[in-house]
Write a protein that binds this ligand. Structure first.
Ligand code: NAD
Length: 481
């Protein structure tokens, strides 16, 4: 059985405990590899390696760091198919999504920051005569990058690229549920010539690896993506030593459809924004609000489109919907179907496991599910489900839908469908989400601020926002009289 190993100081090493966790493929429920069950001792080894490498890496020319990141990106491109397959087996997502989104985006994260660094600069302030102030930006030192399972390599590279390019050394902690592509990234870093200790990757649970990592005084910044619950615990642990934290957390995103929308485009995109990656994208629109005049027509069109989605073997190029990531997550997501029924919801379609080939019978598959009749303030409509389940609710006025859209503790993203430009701007300004899409979904420009409001996020990722996060600005005042 394949053994995943920790990556410390440029070498692949066993966990100190010599203990391993089982890595299950959601495609069929088979245990197909072993993951280090690392603990604080491994975290300490990684932190020491990162600390030792810190000064040397911070002093390299940014252009040299850039060359190494570009090399990593080109190796990812050359191994695209292998990485996509690894991601799909580990995560259960359709191979066409891994090939089209996850792996290309991992490479472009590295390329983007490698190129952007040449434009990154401090400020200057000519003050009184003979006095000049200027600022320089310095890396934080050793930083922790903690990533979730839904977009494993994509979100890991989204963090390590800005961290490394600004001269920090990294201890990364990928999700224990999807460790494979992070393991392969270690080989890629070595092949690209990343100096030893600059990137270290420790596998294991949040409790035994993530928690001691974020608590350690050597760590000067924590970049985290995951659930709001974990984000809160990280904020508490980071606070006593005043670490910088960037927290990208959960969501319960509204998708608001007005009667004057481009109907075809709104339906087609809503099918994607509700169910893509089995609904396991933090940006998915899980609460669909449709203006009453087109409600009936819209829900029927959604049903028709969703019924055409091919559910099945994630490794087949024909598959649109693969497996949910784990048994635990499948059970959690499924429990919301029962809850929705208790809350007087009606399942319009889905709500059960599909009938699939016997080779997939132990995998974690769920049909795309749409529920109507729920109170906008019900638990099903307020809590993050993070699966292929959306609710649909008719609305009568802009005021009403705005109140519902803003009613959750989350504020990550939102979508608005209307041809009325004034309404689009008005509402986009009033919906309390960090990211608003008007007449589109998931269009991303890596320069823009990415992050949630309320309990969805603290700080922003992307472009300059990420480069600023991973650096400290100092002001230098010179009197040259
Ligand atoms: P999670 O919070 O369970 O785990 C995320 C990571 O944190 C994992 O690596 C985990 O091992 C680690 N971790 C767990 N407990 C920890 C602790 N006490 N200290 C330090 N690290 C710890 O989240 P998940 O289930 O992997 O991911 C799904 C969640 O991620 C959803 O809530 C989803 O909305 C969110 N998400 C948010 C974004 C965003 O950009 N806002 C993007 C993707 C996913």
């Amino acid at each position: 059985m394949k053994k995943i190993l920790n990556f410390i100081n440029g070498e692949f090493v066993e966990p100190t405990s010599k203990e391993y966790l089982e890595n299950v493929s959601p495609i069929n429920g088979d245990i197909y590899s072993l993951i280090p069950d690392s603990d604080e001792r491994d975290v300490q080894k990684a932190l020491r390696a990162a600390d030792k490498a810190s000064l040397g890496w911070a002093e390299t020319q940014a252009s040299d760091r850039s060359q190494i990141l570009l090399k990593m990106a080109s190796i990812i491109d050359s191994k695209k198919d292998e990485l996509a397959k690894a991601e799909t087996i580990d995560n259960g997502k359709p191979i066409k999504l891994s090939k089209k989104v996850d792996i290309p985006r991992s490479s472009s994260n590295l390329k983007f920051f490698a190129e952007m660094i040449s434009q990154f600069k401090g400020d200057h302030f000519p003050s009184e005569e003979h006095v000049f102030n200027y600022t320089v930006r310095k890396p934080l030192g050793v930083v922790a990058c903690i990533s979730p399972w839904n977009l494993p390599l994509y979100l890991l590279t989204w963090k390590i690229a800005p961290a490394l390019i600004t001269g920090n050394t990294v201890v990364a902690k990928p999700s224990e549920i999807t460790p494979m592509t992070a393991f392969l990234l270690g080989e890629i870093a070595n092949e690209a010539g990343l100096p030893k200790g600059v990137l270290n990757i420790i596998h294991g649970t949040g409790e035994k690896v993530g928690s001691p990592l974020v608590s350690d005084p050597l760590v000067k910044g924590v970049s985290f993506t995951g659930s709001t619950l974990t984000g809160r615990s990280i904020a508490e642990k980071a606070a006593p030593s005043f670490k910088k934290v960037s927290l990208e957390m959960g969501g319960k995103n509204p998708n608001i459809v007005f009667e004057d929308c481009d109907f075809e485009k709104a339906v087609n995109t809503t099918v994607r924004s509700s169910f893509e990656n089995q609904g396991q994208i933090c940006l998915c629109g899980s609460r669909i609000f449709v203006q009453r005049s087109i409600y009936q027509k819209f829900k029927e069109a959604l049903k028709e489109k969703a019924s055409k989605m091919v559910i099945g073997d994630p490794l087949s190029e024909k598959t649109d919907l693969g497996a949910l990531v784990s048994k635990g997550h499948f059970d959690k997501v499924s429990s919301y179907i029962d809850l929705a029924k208790e809350e007087k919801g009606t399942v319009l379609f889905g709500g059960e496991k599909p009938n699939l080939d016997t080779s997939l019978k132990d995998g974690y598959y769920l049909k795309p599910t749409l529920i109507e009749g729920l109170d906008p303030f019900s638990r099903t409509n307020q809590e993050e489900i993070f699966g292929p389940i959306a609710s649909i609710t008719p609305f009568d006025s802009e005021e009403e839908v705005l109140k519902w859209a803003n009613s959750t503790t989350y504020g990550l993203a939102g979508t608005i469908w209307t041809q009325d430009l004034k309404r689009a701007h008005r509402l986009a300004n009033k919906v309390n989400s960090g990211i608003l899409w008007v007449n589109c979904w998931m269009k991303r420009d890596l320069r823009t601020p990415f992050g949630g409001l309320k309990q969805s996020g603290v700080g922003k990722e992307g472009g300059l926002y990420a480069l600023n996060f991973f650096t400290e600005e100092k002001n230098i005042c010179v009197d040259f009289s």
